[in-house]
Design a binder for this molecule. Structure first.
Ligand SMILES: Cc1ncc(COP(=O)(O)O)c(C=O)c1O
Length: 395
């Protein structure tokens, strides 16, 4: 079999390996990015599903429209308007089969071989891989704890502006670092970007997973010219198994997306869209998110206590204000891949951070997920990992 040239860029099977590792039962995994199954509203979903079948079984079992189930699109628009003080209507929302599909769509829509994509350094591996299929060049923009570095963004734009086809950013509780952009960075970023016609892809996967009050207007709410595309998902706030996300963008952009989507899946799942809609009609999604955040905040605190108490002193780590991850950097010269090999022997897993840099080499970094284990497993795994790290750094 002769594979297409794009497959060369996709031989990095790390993401698949990680998904498998995270789901293997005998491993204590800090590797996945999974929401906690304890938080899934299983009983409520069963009742919502019964209602869907009572009233609209035929429609639920049929293909959906390309743009998605209108009442759900309207609920998403209303929710965004309320939270972000916007005036969206349902024409500016299109349902997707998870935001992973949205990422692939924007790769397909915007990228030809050799085109430049800007992203934070580091960035979400699933986005890097999705874009990689379209053979672009990545330029990483350095990113600090409070967000993207505006000076380096300006430099890159002035040098390469005309060849840049998109910038992909995760301003809220980023995967992999847990960073959140400050209000100043959000405003400065939009002020700089508005001088260019480059589409901004704002990934909002973790937007609602905040553990404290912060002034965080979305980039799309600061956008005056229809330049920002926001990607939403029910995966992290609700249930990833439903595989439902959405794109919030101008009608012009969504018209193009509507040309692509049928080729990819004909439509997103009708049942799943109606289940979510019904759940939102019968129950309070915001209360559910609040409950989930309570669980994750407690786990974040526990994880930070473990790092503080059990991990060696020579490391640096992030204290995330939301989301599912913290980011650890060992001293320079240490390789987290070697540490992972040692950890796996003791049935503990995490993700070496280097996978999240499309170009840079930061082998000492690691991503630690704290959301999908109960307290005792978190403590046990943290202690094992801490002890291995001590031996690794001292040895
Ligand atoms: C930043 C980010 N974007 C998108 C996704 C994909 O999410 P979905 O389940 O909606 O496809 C993930 C999943 O981990 C993510 O971390």
């Amino acid at each position: 079999m002769i594979l297409s040239s794009r497959m060369e860029r996709l031989q990095n099977t790390e993401l698949l390996m990680l998904m498998e590792l995270a789901s293997s039962k005998d491993i204590i995994s800090f590797a996945g990015g999974f929401p906690s199954p304890d938080a899934f509203p299983a009983k409520e979903m069963a009742l919502a599903t019964q209602e869907v079948f009572k009233h609209s079984s035929k429609e639920a079992l049929q293909y959906a429209s390309t743009s998605g189930f209108e009442p759900l699109r309207q609920l998403i628009a209303d929710r965004t308007n309320k939270k972000q003080n916007m005036t969206l209507n349902l024409e500016e929302i299109l349902i997707t089969s998870g935001s992973q599909q949205s990422l692939d769509m924007f790769g397909k829509l915007l990228l030809d071989e050799g085109d430049i994509v800007l992203c934070e350094s580091p960035s979400y591996i699933g986005a890097i891989n999705a874009f990689n299929a379209y053979q672009p060049e990545f330029i990483e923009v350095t990113t600090a704890e409070d967000g993207i570095n505006i000076e380096s963004l300006k430099n890159i734009l002035s040098l390469k502006g005309k060849d840049i086809r998109m910038i992909y950013v995760i301003p809220d509780f980023q995967n992999p670092t847990g960073r959140v952009w400050s209000l100043e960075k959000r405003k400065a970023f939009m002020a700089v970007m508005s001088a260019y016609e480059i589409p901004i892809i704002e990934d909002m996967a973790y937007y609602d997973l905040a553990y404290e009050e912060l002034d965080r207007p979305t980039l799309s709410s600061l956008d005056k010219k229809g330049q920002v595309v926001s990607l939403g998902t029910f995966s992290k706030i609700f249930c990833p198994g439903l595989r439902i996300g959405w794109i919030q963008a101008s009608r012009l952009i969504l018209d193009q997306i509507r040309l692509l989507k049928p080729n990819m899946d004909l439509s997103s799942s009708s049942i799943a869209q109606r289940q979510i809609y019904q759940y939102m009609m019968m129950y309070d999604l915001e209360a559910h998110i609040e409950k989930v955040n309570g669980i994750y905040k407690r786990r974040r605190d526990l994880m930070l206590d473990i790092i503080e108490g059990e991990f060696p002193k020579g490391i640096q780590y992030m204290k995330p204000k939301g989301g599912l991850f913290t980011w650890v950097e060992m001293p320079r010269g240490k390789d987290a891949k070697v540490l992972l090999e040692l950890a796996l022997k003791e049935k503990v897993a995490f993700v070496p951070g280097n996978s999240f840099f499309p170009k840079s080499n930061v082998p000492e970094s690691m991503r630690i997920n704290f959301s999908c284990m109960d307290d005792s497993k978190l403590e046990k795994g943290g202690k094992i990992l801490g002890a291995i790290m001590h031996r690794f750094l001292e040895g």
